[in-house]
Design a binder for this molecule. Structure first.
Ligand SMILES: Nc1ncnc2c1ncn2[C@@H]1O[C@H](COP(=O)(O)OP(=O)(O)OP(=O)(O)O)[C@@H](O)[C@H]1O
Ligand SMILES: [Mg+2]
Length: 451
């Protein structure tokens, strides 16, 4: 049904009555719809905000990830048929949608699979994370068939128990499962996964293992997991494996290259302009809300292709609108506040703690544009050498401003940090920063300066 609304009468009645994600409209609307006059009296209930600005939250439209979604569907299809799925890895900066893809696997396999969802943590053995995941699964899937319940018990018995901190400074007690040989079959984690996988197939399901934040996984345990997955390939009980992590995860994947060379490894990129437009318009169309072209333009421009920003800005504009259209005024009214909040949380604290020389190097990296840059090019743009920048580079890495995506390269850790730096150049480029850059470019007496 197409809405033709040549005459809309608006009356202001008073404050709306927002409740539990449902928003009321303060206007009374007289609309001509297919020749009929419709009168909306009192509050017109709008659907809840469709945008999802929370970490890992499935976006209302998963745009720009067709290749990844096809790979997921193929893997699930194969696992369902007892054929080996290709393991997958999703690699990218913060907020590009890695966890969302792992959740997609979880959602699409909810009925057909048992899912061990693990999130690696720095300094925590992957074995304890698997143990916790098994406990969670047991709690969630109660009541389990008897056979599966037994398998949980056997699998958990294989895994070392966590350690317990003793009060005061008495140290900790660690309860370990008996150590066995180094063969995969004898390895506690390998055994636990084998037991679990067999049990899953006995109840006509398959096993899905996902490891998020894989850059923080201990390589030894991860090797056991992928070896187990690899071994399942030759059987009728294949395991579907997927992991996700920051660009540094590539180091871990490289360390496991015996297994990972034939994986599907996806580098998640920023969204194109057209994809951002789709990410905003599609969910609105689905719930019958329109958005002015100039409002979309503004939200797309602010988001700059960064999926997390798309959700954040679109969500704020939605919360502001009071009718069946999101207007440019709604977008304009919300953008500055969202931008300020995002800048503070994402970049503010990291940049506030930098010394003048660190800011100078950060500025030089930003001036080279988005993405990764060779340290040599950064040094060249400052009129110095890579060696001379060594300690500043290390500090910026320690302070979580930059990271090394591959040998000899440097990149901002947070997406769009280059835009932040250039937009805040006036605040960041203090006299000391200018003096420092000037000093490098023209060292006194030609003797070079100490950085
Ligand atoms: N393809 C997409 N289209 C639109 N929005 C997306 C897309 N992918 C992710 N998002 C949104 O981006 C935000 C971040 O997603 P997610 O938490 O999966 O990122 P991430 O890469 O796992 O981040 P982190 O490295 O911090 O864990 C969420 O709000 C999510 O809804
Ligand atoms: Mg994530």
């Amino acid at each position: 049904m197409r809405e033709t609304a040549p005459h809309v009468a608006r009356l202001r009645l008073g404050p709306g009555d927002p409740s539990d994600g449902v928003k009321s409209v303060r206007n009374v609307k007289l609309t001509v719809l297919d020749g009929r006059v419709l009168l909306y009296l009192g509050s017109m209930v709008l659907p809840p905000n469709p945008f999802q600005p929370a970490p890992g939250a499935t976006p209302p439209a998963l745009v720009g990830r067709d290749a990844e979604v096809i790979a997921i569907e193929d893997a699930l299809d194969r696992a369902t048929r007892g054929s080996q799925p290709t393991p997958m890895a999703f690699v990218g900066l913060r907020g590009l949608g890695k966890t969302v893809l792992l959740h997609r696997i979880a959602q699409d396999s909810m009925r057909t699979a048992l899912h061990l969802a693990v999130e690696a943590e720095p300094g925590v053995s992957l074995v304890s994370s698997f143990r916790e995941a098994m406990h969670l699964l047991r709690e969630r899937d109660k009541p389990l068939k008897k056979r599966l319940g037994d398998a949980f018990d056997v699998a958990l018995r294989h895994l070392p128990l966590p350690s317990f901190e003793l009060p005061g400074s008495m140290g900790s007690v660690s309860l370990q499962a008996p150590e066995s040989g180094s063969k995969l079959e004898d390895n506690p984690l390998g055994q636990a996964l084998m037991t679990f996988n067999r049990a899953a197939h006995e109840v006509n399901k398959f096993l899905v293992i996902t490891v998020d934040e894989v850059q923080d996984a201990d390589v030894a345990s991860l090797r056991t997991v992928v070896a187990r997955v690899n071994q399942s390939a030759g059987t009728k009980e294949p395991i579907l494996f997927a992991c996700a992590g920051l660009p540094q995860s590539r180091d871990i994947l490289r360390a496991l290259r015996t297994y990972t060379t034939r994986w599907d490894i996806f580098d998640l990129e920023f969204l194109t302009r057209a994809e951002c437009v789709e990410a905003i318009r599609k969910p609105l169309t689905a719930v019958g809300i329109t958005i002015e072209d100039r409002a979309v333009d503004l939200l797309v421009q602010e988001s700059a292709g960064y999926p997390f920003f798309v959700q954040k800005y679109a969500s704020a504009a939605w919360n502001k609108h009071r009718d069946s259209t999101i207007t440019l005024r709604d977008a304009e009214a919300t953008v500055p506040g969202v931008r300020k909040l995002l800048e503070k949380t994402l970049y503010g604290s990291a940049f506030a703690g930098l010394t003048a020389r660190e800011v100078a190097v950060a500025l030089a990296v930003a001036e080279l544009g988005p993405g990764a840059h060779a340290l040599g090019n950064v040094a060249k743009s400052l009129g110095t050498t890579s060696d001379a920048l060594g300690s500043i580079r290390s500090n910026l890495i320690k302070k979580d401003v930059l990271f090394v995506p591959s040998s000899g390269m440097l990149q901002f850790r947070m997406p769009l940090a280059d835009r932040y730096v250039l937009e805040h150049r006036d605040d960041l480029e203090t006299k000391d920063v200018i003096a420092f850059r000037h000093g490098i470019a023209r060292p006194k007496g030609g003797g070079g300066i100490t950085l």
